[in-house]
Design a protein around this ligand. Structure first.
Ligand SMILES: [Zn+2]
Length: 338
């Protein structure tokens, strides 16, 4: 992939955050943002330094009307060099739409493919068994034929509300199945916030050890207030890629009810503030963080859940702690900087 050469991911930042507000965040919001508003937000995220931005989903517009404008949004979106704009793809038809947009010169440069770690969740969320979804993923990855960076996501990787504990060996086998399908970035999703710092570290250590050629991505939800603690454990286990959303918005899996609890994403502004204060370089302009929260709150018409937006940025971040290199990953990333 030629865009890897100039990717912001290798510009010296220690960690790579993917801002998920515009897709994972908006998917279950009742408010319908205009395409112009979405474009402005996504471009704001890229302008403030994000190397990856989840932009939209090629969903069935009958089922997820929020992303009926996927192609139009991508057509209007200004591109910034080195930034990956991700679109999620649920099925082969979605990949075909992504390919058509790419052929027209206005597509996403990263697409994501989803599998559930358990059959019960797979049937509820994707209306397919795991076996069927793996057939589906192989067909999608093959159809994508090297046109995009492919990102696999294993949801319920740390536990499932329907089946309880998830077999770690099966999650690792899923990482291997993605790799065998040519998917070399794999996110492990803590979809309902059941991971702990210990289980997070153990699974990511296992993944890095078993599949050193696959880039691990942490996608944790803050359902029980453990999101940031789990991200710290993942960082210590050598993970460099983290998904987050401004205001902690989003994270509700499609049409699946787990009860009335909060299942939001890890809050971007809180995570960036913590990392930067620790001396872990995010590449994000912290001076633009709070204005971005305000823009997201204005778009949704309500106050969002982050702490830093209420308390202010950590005043000690200007004299950031000397960065350690937990797990070796952040330090080694510097060696790879061009
Ligand atoms: Zn999420």
């Amino acid at each position: 992939m030629t865009h890897d050469d100039v990717s912001r991911e290798n510009d010296g930042r220690d960690v790579v955050l993917c801002e998920c507000f515009a897709r994972d965040g908006l998917q279950h919001e009742t408010a319908q943002l205009s395409t112009d508003d979405k474009v402005a937000l996504i471009d704001r995220f890229a302008a403030m330094g994000f190397a990856r931005v989840e932009a939209t989903s090629y969903s069935n517009p009958q089922v997820v009307p929020q992303f009926a404008d996927a192609s139009d949004l991508l057509r209007r979106l200004p591109r910034r060099p080195g930034v990956f704009y991700k679109a999620t793809c649920a099925n082969l038809r979605a990949v075909e739409r992504a390919l058509a947009d790419a052929d027209a010169g206005r597509g996403a440069n990263e697409i994501s493919l989803l599998v559930s770690a358990t059959d019960s969740h797979s049937l509820k969320n994707l209306a397919r068994s795991r076996a069927d979804q793996w057939e589906n993923i192989r067909a999608m990855a093959s159809a994508a034929s090297g046109r995009f960076r492919l990102v696999g996501t294993v949801s319920m990787a740390f536990g499932c509300p329907f089946e309880g504990r998830v077999d770690v060996r099966e999650v690792l086998a899923d990482v291997g199945r993605f790799r065998d399908a040519g998917v070399l970035h794999v996110a492990l999703g803590d979809t309902t916030g059941t991971a702990t710092p210990r289980s997070a570290a153990a699974l990511f250590r296992g993944m890095r050890s078993a599949y050193p050629d696959v880039v691990p991505i942490a996608h944790f939800h803050d359902t029980r207030g453990t999101g940031i603690a789990n991200y710290m454990a993942a960082l210590d286990a050598g993970v460099r890629h983290f998904d987050c959303a401004f205001g902690g918005v989003g994270g509700h899996p499609t049409r699946v009810k787990y009860g009335g609890g909060h299942t939001g994403n890890v809050c971007t502004e809180d995570l960036v503030d913590l990392f930067e204060t620790m001396g872990v370089r995010t590449g994000i302009d912290t001076g633009a963080l709070l204005q971005a929260v305000e823009a997201c709150e204005a778009a949704l018409g309500r106050e969002l859940e982050g702490r830093v937006a209420r308390s202010g940025l950590n005043p000690l971040r200007e004299s950031a702690e000397p960065a350690e290199s937990p797990g070796g990953a952040p330090g080694s990333s510097r060696a790879a900087a061009p």
